[in-house]
Design a protein around this ligand. Structure first.
Ligand code: PLP
Length: 368
């Protein structure tokens, strides 16, 4: 049986009529840049999260960069974040001349360890970017408490966690700003690149709206430097259709994760995902840990099961950041886990027989 780790095709086939007609509508109107559907989708996301402003941008990466521009990150200033994340989280800091100051992850949740943040704060620290990795909310109470005491901005990297909840409240609603990605593989995926920034702060929202159109409120009147980074109307029309199903898809992810957890919890040398009881973890990725990671991946590949490693190299050891002077051994948990994590097929359209096949195959490997 061939099982992809993810495919957008089944979701499209299930919603084909609805999506095709939404796209046709945009094509016939021709309102490709900041059309009505963008505003409508922004309003729906704001409503879904219970935030004041939702601003559509071109990608999750741009969302992070624009957020950092909006808070006025200046060259030489520091941003505290995790090294165990997708590159965009730190790349955007460095592109603006800032310095990512990493804090190792919590052994259980794989999210930034809040107890190690305070010792990294200097007079140059401007912000903290927690990442809700794999869909599991970061420890927001502790992070917000530190940010408040040191007067730091908090930008949530919610690229993997739309619909996740921390202590009964949706992520994206804790920081000064939150950044969302609708990259096709995310739990709310567009048909191309797309992203969003949300905030309750009117001033930040105004600045963000300006930055996405070259720093202008009035056309050809540029008050600040900006980017060209809008959410396409076509993508918004697709996302508007899909948003209605997000909660049911997240519920399905949780159900599949439960099946995997029940099947794998007693296997030696497998650590199943841990979720705090007060968190709603939506399993954007279902990621286990094992010392025999590469062997298991190979075994599953031969059985037709696709897997992935999120992420094989922690950011402090990436060549692109070598000028920052970090070295092997600086963040031991992240380094260890980057050799042990393996993500299994996870998307709401997985069929029962496919889930069973993944379960049986993983079990078979560990019996050998
Ligand atoms: C996907 C992702 C991003 C970037 O989003 P894009 O839409 O691909 O630019 C940023 N941070 C994290 C944690 C991500 O998973």
């Amino acid at each position: 049986m061939e099982i992809p780790i993810f495919t957008p095709v089944r979701q499209y086939m299930n919603l084909k009529e609805e999506i095709d007609s939404a796209i046709q509508k945009v094509l016939s109107k021709g309102n490709f840049i900041l059309g009505d559907e963008v505003k409508e989708f922004e309003d729906k996301v704001a409503q879904y999260l219970g935030v004041k402003h939702a601003i559509g941008v071109a990608s999750g990466t741009d969302a992070l960069q624009i957020a950092l521009m909006a808070i006025g990150l200046k060259p030489g200033e520091e941003v505290i974040t995790t090294p165990f994340t997708f590159v965009a989280t730190a790349e955007t800091i460095v592109l603006l001349g800032g310095k990512p100051v990493y804090v190792d992850i919590d052994e259980k949740t794989y999210n930034i360890n809040p107890d190690l943040i305070e010792e990294k704060i200097t007079e140059k620290t401007k912000a903290i970017i927690p990442v809700h990795l794999y869909g599991q909310p970061a420890e927001m109470d502790k992070i917000l408490d530190i940010a408040k005491r040191y007067n730091l901005y908090v930008i949530e990297d919610s690229a993997q966690a739309l619909g996740s909840e921390y202590k009964g409240k949706k992520v994206c609603t804790f920081g000064d700003i939150a950044c969302i990605s609708f990259f096709p593989t995310k739990n709310l995926g567009a048909f191309g690149d797309a992203g969003m920034i949300v905030t309750d702060d009117d001033e930040l929202a105004e600045k963000i709206r300006m930055i996405r159109v070259h720093g202008s409120k009035v056309r050809y009147n540029h008050e600040i430097l900006g980017l060209n980074s809008r959410l396409d109307t076509l993508q918004a029309s697709v996302l508007l259709v899909k948003l209605k199903y997000l909660d049911s898809w997240n519920a399905k992810r949780i159900e599949i994760a439960k099946k995997y957890n029940d099947a794998f919890k007693d296997l030696d040398d497998v650590v199943i995902p841990y979720s705090e009881a007060y968190n709603k973890h939506i399993y954007h990725q279902y990621t286990i840990r094992t010392k025999r990671r590469d062997e298991l991946a190979k075994f599953l590949r031969e059985k037709g099961i696709q897997t992935a490693v999120h992420y094989p190299i922690p950011l402090h050891l990436q060549k692109a950041f070598s000028h920052l002077g970090y070295k092997q051994g600086d963040f031991p948990i992240s380094e260890q886990y980057s050799n042990e994590v393996l993500s299994l097929p996870m998307f709401p359209e997985l069929k029962d027989e496919e889930i069973d096949y993944v379960v049986e195959s993983v079990k078979e490997f560990f019996k050998r």
